[in-house]
Design a protein around this ligand. Structure first.
Ligand SMILES: NC(=O)c1ccc[n+]([C@@H]2O[C@H](COP(=O)([O-])OP(=O)(O)OC[C@H]3O[C@@H](n4cnc5c(N)ncnc54)[C@H](OP(=O)(O)O)[C@@H]3O)[C@@H](O)[C@H]2O)c1
Length: 253
């Protein structure tokens, strides 16, 4: 049984991946959707041509991940693609933040993504793909989005290293590094009252980011960066010392 697994499949980019991959892949038996909100995933499933398995689970819960591991062992699927979209960000000053939410970001964005990847790799084969949702926040430390940016640096670094490790197995990993995307992400990110200054200027549609990511994954690229703004940000963050950029950010605040 050939399958695609998508986490964060109840909202935003995860839903968009489900819709687009449903059209792209024709030799897939099932698409597995993972998130906590079952009703939203069942709604998504209605739009998919492929048979869908909805797994309502919290990817940070060890017992639920253990059950997922048992499900894989039972079904023994070939995982043709894993898309790790589950994640969230909270803006605001770290010292004034809710520590549970800050640690939760590390749990979902880093720990669960790592765990999910680890459980899925044994079921992959030549030409399987892993798509990890990093962010352009991975390119530079982000004051007032500090933990989130750090989690995305982790995802970016982990994905690139894993891509090299898995090369001999011909399994390819792509880190997707979008700037602001128009999804419910900001309902959570901006609930503290802080807003992302560049959002209005650089916001893009989810379908555009996902289309680019699928194409980059197909071409075995280690990363996917969409939009001229974010490509420029990537170049600037590589050539200008970060100290100078952080000073500029403080000045512009
Ligand atoms: N939107 C942006 O501007 C942007 C930019 C760069 C990178 N990203 C990254 O892209 C990814 C997807 O974000 P999005 O924009 O699609 O945001 P979103 O619409 O808020 O979707 C986040 C998804 O993560 C799932 N999720 C969160 N915690 C979970 C948990 N503990 N267990 C299982 N699922 C969990 C949510 O499902 P449930 O609530 O149903 O569990 C939801 O489906 C995230 O990693 C985000 O950091 C987003």
């Amino acid at each position: 049984m050939n399958i695609i697994i998508i986490t964060g499949a109840s909202s935003g980019l995860g839903v968009e991946f489900a819709l687009q991959l449903d059209n792209v892949f024709h030799n897939i038996d099932e698409i597995w959707l993972i998130a906590r909100r079952k009703k939203e995933m069942l709604e998504v499933a209605q739009y998919l041509e492929h048979t869908t398995r909805v797994l309502d689970m919290d990817v940070t819960e060890m017992a639920q991940m253990e059950r997922f591991k048992e499900l894989l062992a039972d079904k023994k699927p070939v995982i043709r693609m894993l898309v790790n979209c589950a994640g969230y960000g909270i803006m605001g000053e770290f010292s004034a933040s809710n520590i549970g939410e800050e640690l939760g970001m590390i749990d979902v964005n880093c720990r669960a993504l790592t765990h999910m990847t680890y459980l899925c790799i044994p079921y992959m084969q030549k030409n399987s793909r892993i798509i990890q949702l990093a962010s352009s926040a991975a390119f530079l430390p982000q004051p007032n989005f500090a933990v989130y940016a750090a989690t995305k640096s982790y995802v970016y670094s982990f994905s690139r290293a894993l891509n090299e490790e898995l090369r001999s197995k011909e399994i390819y990993v792509t880190a997707v590094c979008p700037g602001p995307v128009d999804t419910p992400f900001f309902d959570i990110a901006e609930k503290t009252g802080s807003t992302l200054a560049v959002k209005k200027l650089t916001l893009v549609r989810a379908d555009q980011v996902v289309e680019r990511a699928i194409a980059d994954s197909y071409h075995r690229r280690e990363r996917s960066v969409y939009s001229a703004w974010i490509k420029s940000f990537d170049v600037v963050s590589k050539v200008v010392p970060h100290k100078a950029l952080l000073e500029l950010m403080r000045f512009l605040k």
